[in-house]
Design a protein around this ligand. Structure first.
Ligand SMILES: [Cu+2]
Length: 328
């Protein structure tokens, strides 16, 4: 019996030696699969780098990914090791195993601990994702005295989260088939005269920007990956998010795309957020105001020109039909 055991032991050692190259090859393949992930980190985890809460989301994904990778390679490693070590061979009799209480308790507790660790890590990161930071007091847009948005901060809904000091640059994002419209604050109660832009949103760096996301027609989805998570734009409902672009990324354009199939031109519903210095932002808003004013004046002038001949010939309407455009 003892001789049999030592013979079996010898065979096991030989097998382990033969197994070594296989294990090394498996490890090499695993490493090769993992390495490109290091080079293209955004392939495995969400894009980040444009805003602190996008970084927090990315950290959470990375932590979960590493934990999952350890479990994956541990389980697969044990599986392949067992496949080779215990594969059928001549004269071998399989061990008859009937449960192992200690092992079963161990992996039940192990799984529970992993879930607990993930839950704790998530709850630690959540506030950094959901609650906006204060703007940078020296480098950000001076929200209190800026001509753009004196005394800003606009909390129009119970679910909007503001920075601890209550001040943010609040921009309204409106999804329309097939373009995004952005309305900037101007510090007064009249919402009809606010500066606005389409497709490209311009924001000051180091300034906390809060967004109110809505839709005009159908459901759209606001998403600039480097600036954080995706938010649905739903008619009749407002969603909120925020971001803050660091000063180092001044001049950067962050690109995004409507992330909800919203009609036949959905693919062309792109969005851009361009980060500029606070001074450039104020200049941009001033320019937008001036452009709008100039356009209003030009339209008024044109209207006068169109209406003037009609007024001189009161009967013209009866023969030539309506001349006014049907409007939007
Ligand atoms: Cu859309």
């Amino acid at each position: 019996m003892n001789r049999l055991r030592s013979a079996l032991g010898q065979t096991t050692r030989n097998r382990s030696r033969r197994l070594a190259p296989w294990l090394a090859a498996t490890f090499a393949v695993a490493l090769a699969l993992g390495l490109p992930g290091v080079a293209a980190a955004d392939f495995w985890t969400p894009e980040s780098g444009g805003s602190p809460q996008a970084d927090a989301i990315d950290n959470l994904y990375k932590f979960t990914l590493v934990l999952a990778a350890v479990i994956f390679f541990g389980v697969e490693g044990a599986l392949f090791y067992s496949l080779y070590k215990f594969k059928a061979r001549k004269g071998a009799v399989a061990a008859q195993i009937r449960g192992n209480t200690r092992l079963e308790i161990a992996w039940t507790i192990g799984a529970a601990v992993i879930v607990l660790v993930l839950a704790v890590a998530t709850f630690i990161q959540l506030p950094a994702i959901r609650i906006p930071e204060n703007s940078n007091a020296t480098e950000g847009l001076d929200l209190a005295s800026s001509g753009v948005a004196p005394g800003v901060l606009v909390a129009s809904g119970p679910q909007q989260r503001l920075p601890p000091n209550g001040k943010s640059l609040n921009i309204k994002v409106n999804g329309q088939q097939y373009i995004w419209r952005y309305t900037y604050p101007d510090g007064d109660d009249n919402t009809l005269n606010n500066p606005f832009s389409y497709e490209e949103m311009v924001v000051p760096t180091e300034t906390t920007v809060t967004l109110e996301i809505q839709a005009q027609d159908v459901a759209h989805s606001w998403w600039i990956p480097k600036l954080g998570g995706k938010f649905d734009a739903i008619p009749g409902y407002t969603n909120y998010t925020w971001f803050k672009v660091p000063a180092a990324l001044e001049g950067t354009s962050f690109r995004g795309q409507c992330a909800e199939l919203c009609g036949r031109n959905h693919a062309n519903m792109t969005a851009r957020v361009r980060a500029v210095s606070p001074a450039d932002f104020e200049a941009y808003i001033a320019q937008r105001r001036q452009d709008t004013k100039a356009a209003d004046e030009a339209a008024a002038k044109q209207r006068k020109e169109v209406e003037a001949p009609a007024a001189e010939q009161p009967d013209a309407d009866k023969t030539s039909g309506p001349t006014a455009s049907p409007g939007p």
